[in-house]
Every structure is written in structure tokens, then in C-alpha cells.
Design a protein around this ligand. Structure first.
Ligand SMILES: [Zn+2]
Length: 147
């Protein structure tokens, strides 16, 4: 995570440690010969709670679908109205690191807060950072599997 400069700037730098951004990229070509990329990113991002100013770990999860548009390629205007994907112009090697970082940044809350802030610590008491998790789609799947 520390390798991403823009993301690091959003982080609580003391808590960043060896945290990682997990990502998966899948490419496909449809029947019409259009090239697609699906990007899935997940990261536990330490941020500063805007209510109590303590550390809060936010689970950022983003999924995006890109239609690859090669330089000089014509593509219909109707695509602009479809917001289930973004057009990605390819004009050389793909800058995957930037794409992954953008995705994490987009998934971050504008105002990170704990759902419930810990009470102010008494003198000499250690405050544990409270881990906040949005329900991940995988957790939902796990529940379905179990039932
Ligand atoms: Zn808080």
C-alpha cells in the first residue's frame, strides 16, 4: 500500500505498516470482438476517524468493468450513456498500478468514521484501533453456502 503515493496520502501513515492491496484482473473478448477488462480491488485502509480523530480501518472494495478502446478506434455514442462500464483508451502498455490505485481511491469513504467511536481513553490506558468492516460480498456468499 505504501508504494501508492496518492493512496498513502489518504492513509493514517502510522498504521499503514505492511498492508497490501489485493486485486484481480480478468480480460475477455465478446462475440463482437470487443475487448473487456474486469478489475476487482480490496484493501483495508487505515484512515483517521473524522469524529474522534482515532484510527479507523476502512475496508475498500471496488469492482469496475472497462471496455478497451484502441487508439483510432471508432465507438458508438450510445456507450457513453451506459454506466455499467467505463471506456479505457489503450495507447501503449496498460498502467495497471494507476488503475488499481484509482479503484481503491474511488472506494474510500469521503468522511471516514467509526460506526461507534470508542470512549475517550483514561490516562495510561491503551486504545485499540477499532476495525470497521463493510459487509464484503464474499461474506454474503459464505453465509449462502452455509445455509
Ligand atoms: Zn471514531
Amino acid at each position: 500500500m505504501a508504494a501508492f503515493e496518492r493512496l498513502s496520502a489518504e492513509c493514517d501513515s502510522e498504521e499503514i505498516g505492511a498492508r497490501a492491496v489485493r486485486w484481480a484482473l480478468q480480460g475477455s473478448v465478446d462475440a463482437e470482438g470487443v475487448c473487456w477488462l474486469s478489475l476487482d480491488v480490496t484493501a483495508d485502509v487505515p484512515m483517521q476517524c473524522q469524529r474522534c480523530l482515532g484510527s479507523v480501518v476502512v475496508e475498500a472494495h471496488g469492482v469496475s468493468r472497462f471496455r478497451l478502446v484502441f487508439a483510432g478506434e471508432e465507438w458508438g455514442d450510445e456507450d457513453l450513456e451506459d454506466d455499467s462500464f467505463e471506456a479505457l483508451e489503450i495507447d501503449g502498455p496498460l498502467d495497471l498500478a494507476t488503475l488499481v490505485e484509482d479503484e481503491v481511491l474511488l472506494a474510500l469513504p469521503t468522511v471516514p468514521t467509526h460506526t461507534q467511536c470508542a470512549m475517550p481513553a483514561k490516562a495510561g490506558e491503551q486504545v485499540e484501533p477499532v476495525v470497521e468492516k463493510r459487509p464484503s460480498p464474499f461474506a454474503v456468499l459464505e453465509k449462502l453456502k452455509r445455509n
